[in-house]
Design a protein. Structure first.
Length: 594
């Protein structure tokens, strides 16, 4: 008996010491509950509202006042919402939240969705010192029941536009009796601080049921597309993927042809290149089995939740995101769980560890994520700037009697592996750089991160890009594809630090004589393309794009080097070899014919 107790005690102590995450909300000052009679809310957003280099935190309250927690730069937070001007939200039923700099003044503004006869809220940031309700000033008078939203520069004019998902019409009746009709989603284009709905005019016709939305560039063509996860898919229509047809001012729903369309009860969207093939994959949570849409790179997706082990059957999953929780270089996956009125049994959140072979293992309990609260919105961010990602999960109750505090999980993997975090500042692009793609080259591998203006469920992750590097001790280079179309190479990015990179405007720099500086052979090509760049041209990167502008290959390059581009897996057709340099760009047409 003694030996069994000793072993049990040893294992318990070992697991406690080995746990990656520790719940610390009360001890760090994040005390807040979200009350919603429909148990649908709430949302949270990480952002730096006062530009002090630390992530602050906004959490919606539903029937309670929203909270704004200022980061004290020591791992703790102070609630400043009342003094900062958001006290009036105690009389508004708030749902979700995202942040973005709508006028490029360098300070993040806040957008809050609402339900039940109150317009959505835009809180204008006044130089990091206070917030002012600017909703009606910019045209937000819609009082429909709204859910998730996402910021992105849809028309590439340098200002943030806004997609707002609409749920259903509210009839002040019990939860399952008001599923009668939906209301159209909104696509607000920013017309110099006047937001005008262009959804129908641009081809977007989602008619209610939206719970998750995201502006994301799924096809790597340098414009943001609109992704929508719809609840009650059999009633209102399945999930949607609207391809941005820029420079044409319209969107095309390619969900059916791309195999993204599913008539499910979609809740949240996670975005990340989990299989490291340099295009973005999408995980969609559901009331039943979740979906993993693996990007095939040719405008289609394969559904791989079952084969990857990420279905999460039996739970109701909500907020979700890809992130590298242990800094081992591979993207892991988190989902928040919690039953609805007909599924009230306790459900735990789920942490999946990437097994580096297209599959994931459930490592939730061994990493300290043991609660079974009714969770909804979930986000990640580095709250203490120590290089590992911490989690916030918003828990919901139908009334104050059963209210549970928001969960904050501090990550304890400090110093175990190398890492880098990159914070972008747009100049030609929107100042938040929403829609930018960051390519990081190190250790013979390449990773991509997208800077996103809102996804998950009702929420927004930190927009500081995080890369776990494991044992890799140096970064070769970083290439940023800015929303403006500018490509920027950085070669001196240090590890184990947060680097701020500002967009460099190379407008006006002319094109060079291609025949003199770039040699491409064979042409037509069958298996590979050989490229040489003249030593007199200060080359930074070389890429291969389709005639439609879809980038299928990119790598750093130095002047005078020989680059081999494998093309045997690319479709036959016309492509362009592009070389970006410090003083301009070179392009050459090449034909692939197997």
């Amino acid at each position: 008996m003694y030996r069994i107790l000793s072993i049990s005690f040893f294992l318990t102590s070992f697991l406690a010491n080995a746990q990656t995450f520790t719940e610390v909300s009360q001890s760090i000052g994040v005390n807040h509950t979200h009350i919603d009679e429909h148990i649908m809310g709430g949302g949270a957003a990480f952002f730096d509202f006062n530009n002090d280099g630390f992530q602050d935190l906004y959490i919606t309250g539903g029937e309670y006042r929203d909270r704004l927690f200022q980061n004290n730069q020591n791992g703790t937070f102070t609630e400043v919402g009342q003094s900062m001007g958001i006290g009036f939200t105690d009389s508004v039923k708030t749902v979700g939240v995202i942040t973005g700099d709508i006028d490029n003044d360098g300070y993040r503004d806040i957008f809050v969705t609402t339900s039940e006869n109150h317009n959505n809220i835009l809180l204008k940031n006044i130089n990091g010192t206070s917030f002012v309700d600017f909703s009606t000033n910019v045209g937000f008078t819609d009082s429909s029941w709204c859910t998730s939203a996402s910021f992105g520069d849809a028309d590439r004019e340098g200002l943030l536009d806004l997609y707002v998902g609409h749920y259903v019409k509210y009839y002040n009746t019990p939860f399952y009796n008001f599923m009668i009709s939906g209301t159209l989603d909104k696509l607000y284009l920013n017309q110099s601080l006047s937001f005008i709905d262009f959804a129908v005019a641009t081809g977007i016709s989602e008619n209610g049921g939206a719970l998750s939305v995201a502006f994301t560039d799924y096809d790597n063509d340098n414009d943001v597309d609109a992704m929508v996860g719809n609840d009650f898919g059999t009633l209102y229509g399945g999930n949607a993927l609207y391809r941005n047809e820029y420079p044409n001012p319209n969107f095309t729903n390619i969900a059916p042809s791309s195999s993204f369309y599913e008539e499910i009860n979609a809740m949240g969207i996670a975005i990340g290149d989990y299989d490291e093939d340099l295009d973005l994959d999408y995980y969609v949570t559901n009331m039943q089995a979740n979906l993993l849409h693996t990007n095939s790179g040719n405008q289609t997706f394969s559904e791989d939740a079952a084969t990857s082990g990420t279905e999460v059957g039996g739970f109701v999953s909500w907020g979700t995101f890809f992130f590298d929780y242990d800094n081992d270089t591979y993207l892991d996956l988190f989902t928040a769980s919690g039953g609805v009125m007909t599924m009230a049994t306790p459900q735990r959140n789920v942490l999946f560890e990437n097994q580096q072979n297209g599959t994931f293992n459930d490592v939730t309990l061994s990493n300290g994520l043991t609660d079974t609260l009714r969770s909804r919105g979930a986000i990640y961010g580095d709250i203490d700037n120590d290089g590992d990602l911490d989690l916030v999960v918003v828990n919901v109750a139908s009334d104050s009697i059963f209210a549970e505090n928001v969960s904050v999980y501090r990550n304890n993997t400090d110093g175990a592996s190398n890492w880098v975090e990159i914070d972008l500042i747009g100049t030609v692009s929107n100042s938040d750089a929403f829609g930018a793609h960051i390519y990081l080259y190190a250790g013979g591998r390449t990773w991509i991160r997208e800077i996103n203006g809102g996804s998950s469920y009702l929420s927004q992750n930190s927009s500081v890009a995080h890369f776990g590097l494991g044992a890799i001790s140096a970064i070769d280079s970083v290439i940023i594809h800015w929303p403006s179309g500018i490509e920027q190479l950085e070669t001196n990015v240090p590890i184990n630090s947060i680097s701020t990179i500002t967009e460099i405007d190379n407008a006006g720099i002319g094109e060079f004589d291609n025949s003199k500086y770039l040699v491409v052979y064979p042409n037509p090509a069958k298996d590979k393309i050989q490229c040489t760049v003249d030593k007199s041209f200060d080359a930074r990167s070389i890429s291969l794009t389709t005639v439609d502008g879809l980038e299928v290959f990119i790598t750093p390059v130095s002047a005078g080097s020989l680059i081999s581009i494998p093309v045997k897996n690319f479709a036959n057709g016309v492509y362009y070899v592009n070389v970006a340099g410090s003083a301009g760009a070179i392009h050459k047409k090449v034909v692939i014919n197997h």
